[in-house]
Design a protein around this ligand. Structure first.
Ligand code: ZN
Length: 428
């Protein structure tokens, strides 16, 4: 494999340096490195980050290849600067057996744009009644360590307790989609002033918070590890903060859209803003940003949820929930966290690469940009400003809430184990 010299890159936002890649490994980091025998990429002050890691991606394959496939989803991931994504289990069939998780894992490796680490279902068929074969999925070639019924909440406390006990044996983690089902029956948007005015069924914050409170207590009781998906309320932040102060082994994620958008957008009745959990209020958005900055929320995860246009271009009540996110995540984080002074680029590397890799045990990802480490890297033109045009997305779906919005930053290059997957903004 060839050599690549990335010249003059601000590693994690620091002073410009050269980074030499040899084969799949970072060979050296320093100033005035020799370009002999190497292809040179002039970074010109762009920010070099470890390849991003997404703990929450819906790749839709098998079963919903009309919205996304492992190929199109991993191309979208590479476009957004990701070198590893965790694929949620709510496919058709559900990823609740070793066979399905191995299939998804293998497809990711074969396509070669981004490593795919499958997430296994907690319960058979995501039905919430019987534990899936967690051990078999862990022992499979896919080596599953993260389990989730995402899309649905593991609402039965006994099942949740058993899952936490089971994964403890091999150091796995249960990722909970916290949504008390009875409290959210018929819910269409956040419960609050806007839902009352629009007359749409409300989704109360307490439906999320009550499950998080229960699950951190269960994790403490069992001595196991729980991860909370897509935190969306100020109250959820308070519970996680309390749990961490108590020494409970809990981690949490926030999506880019919950860091930027509010339920005021629902007044448009544009289903592109329909998402689960729903967009909340300005107060929630500010609490989430602050919690991501202070480490109460550990990571940013996209909850990339592609849907074909016929499932989104319809009336609000009938529309599917979810937004694509892989190709805009870093820009939204720059807008909401970096350009606001809440996080520096080292902080972004921490929240979008180091920590998600650690939570999911993604071997070889989320590593420092230093000699001897795997060359999983992403180069970002942070001075760029542009308008989001979904026509240019690599994802098969276009359901972005940012169409026409100006956002900062653009990923220009991504390397997966030294192989360029994105060059000058174009997929290889
Ligand atoms: Zn979810």
């Amino acid at each position: 494999m060839s050599k690549t010299l990335i010249r003059g890159a601000r590693v994690l936002g620091g002073e410009p340096q050269d980074v030499l890649i040899d084969g799949g490994t970072v060979e050296a980091v320093g100033t005035d490195l020799s370009a002999e025998g190497a292809e040179v990429v002039e970074a010109g002050g762009k920010v070099l980050l470890p390849g991003l890691v997404d703990l929450h991606t819906h790749l839709r394959e098998p079963g919903r290849e009309d919205s996304e496939t492992v190929l199109t989803g991993t191309r979208a991931a590479a476009s957004g600067g990701y070198t590893a994504v965790f694929a949620m289990a709510n496919t058709f069939p559900v990823a609740d057996t070793a066979g399905v998780v191995e299939q998804v894992y293998r497809l990711g490796r074969e396509h070669g744009y981004c490593d795919v680490q499958p997430i296994g279902a907690v319960t058979v068929g995501l039905e919430g009644r019987k534990l899936a074969e967690l051990g078999a999925m862990h022992d499979s070639a896919a080596g599953v360590t993260v389990f989730s019924d995402d899309g649905k909440c593991v609402d039965d406390a006994v099942i949740m307790r058993r899952a936490l006990e089971y994964v403890k044996a091999f150091g796995g983690v249960v990722a909970q989609h916290a949504q008390e089902p009875r409290l959210t029956e018929g819910a269409q948007m956040n419960e609050g002033v806007v839902s009352a005015e629009l007359g749409l069924g409300g989704w109360p914050a307490v439906a999320e918070e009550s499950i998080i409170a229960r699950d951190v207590l269960l994790a403490e009781h069992v001595g196991s590890r729980v991860h909370i998906c897509h935190l969306s309320t100020a109250g959820s932040v308070e519970i996680v903060r309390w749990a961490k102060s108590r020494g409970i082994d809990v981690t949490a994620e926030v999506t880019p859209h919950h860091l930027l958008l509010t339920d005021e957008l629902v007044r448009s009745y544009d289903p592109v803003y329909k998402v689960n959990p729903p967009l909340r209020t300005e107060r929630d958005v500010m609490a989430l940003r602050e919690a991501l900055a202070d480490g109460t929320i550990d990571i940013v995860a996209t909850d990339h949820a592609p849907h074909p246009h016929e499932d989104k271009d319809c009336e609000w009540a009938a529309a599917a929930m979810g937004m694509v996110g892989l190709e805009t995540a870093l820009s939204v984080v720059q807008e909401t966290m970096v350009d606001t002074g809440l996080l520096d680029w080292a902080g972004v590397a921490d929240r979008m690469s180091f920590k998600p890799a650690r939570i999911g045990q993604a071997t070889g990802h989320g590593r420092p940009v230093s000699a001897g480490e795997p060359a999983n890297l992403t180069l970002v033109d942070t001075a760029y400003r542009g308008t989001v045009d979904p026509a240019g997305f690599a994802s098969r779906s276009r359901n972005t809430p940012y169409e026409g919005r100006e956002l900062p930053g653009r990923v220009t290059h991504t390397w997966l184990r030294g192989k360029a997957t994105l060059v000058d903004g174009k997929l290889t």
